[in-house]
Design a protein around this ligand. Structure first.
Ligand SMILES: Nc1ncnc2c1ncn2[C@@H]1O[C@H](COP(=O)(O)OP(=O)(O)O)[C@@H](O)[C@H]1O
Ligand SMILES: [Mg+2]
Length: 209
């Protein structure tokens, strides 16, 4: 039985997802909740191996369809081994990127057939639609500058795809937020870290606490 709260953080590179994911994790734990903080692609042993194939190396290494399949394989493992069990135990799950990133990156920006993505979503995500999705919205130029300034980890394959690609990603997330208004909230990611943290906490408190 799925009794937990599944929260996903979405948005382009350098929009502050990982920063806010860590802050939200601490706050929820401090408030006495059981929380799992995780991320995609990755989040389970098998999925982290697939992540390495995806986020390093030449931007042209994988076709968009191959990316969608690899990400879906990683998501299947992550969901079954980490997310679903945590939700079954009534925990909060904070996931840095999830299904909406596949729609934005592989679907809208890279043109993978929507029917294929829909089939993958049905079979992999199934009933595990997030309860809440925070969409971090930021001008991609600023986001890429922030991402570049961040400690280098060699995970720059998507960052290397160019500004036009990232502008498409930004618009794709805005469209997703409008299409799924019941679960998505857009967060202004141009604010300072503390202001965004407060805004996120307000949204979480209103919905779940
Ligand atoms: N609101 C903010 N204002 C300025 N810099 C930020 C903000 N949030 C995060 N950063 C910095 O920007 C970089 C990217 O943030 P990060 O959380 O890694 O983004 P993402 O996970 O969305 O790619 C990091 O160096 C982080 O410290
Ligand atoms: Mg991140």
């Amino acid at each position: 039985m799925n009794t937990g709260c599944f929260i996903t953080l979405e948005g382009g590179e350098g929009t502050g997802k990982s920063t806010q994911s860590a802050l939200l994790f601490k706050k929820l734990e401090f408030a006495g909740h059981q929380v799992v903080q995780t991320r995609e692609p990755g989040g389970s042993e098998g999925a982290e191996k697939i992540r390495q194939l995806l986020v390093t190396g030449n931007p042209q290494n994988w076709s968009p369809v191959a990316e969608a399949l690899l990400i879906s394989a990683a998501r299947d493992d992550h969901l079954r081994r980490v997310i679903a069990p945590a939700l079954d135990h009534g925990k909060f799950v904070i996931c840095d990127r999830f299904i909406d990133s596949t729609t934005a990156y592989q679907g809208v920006a890279s043109g993978v057939d929507r029917e294929l993505l829909k089939v993958l979503e049905t079979h992999v995500v199934g009933k595990f639609t997030p309860d809440l999705t925070l969409i971090f919205d930021l001008d991609p130029q600023t986001g890429l500058e922030r991402a570049k300034a961040r400690a280098q980890d060699g995970e720059d394959r998507f960052e290397a795809k160019g500004l036009t690609y990232h502008q498409k990603i930004r618009q794709a997330f805005i469209d997703i937020a409008q299409k799924h208004a019941e679960r998505c909230v857009i967060v202004d990611a141009s604010l300072g870290v503390d202001d965004i943290e407060d805004r996120v906490w307000q949204i979480i408190s209103d919905r779940f606490l």
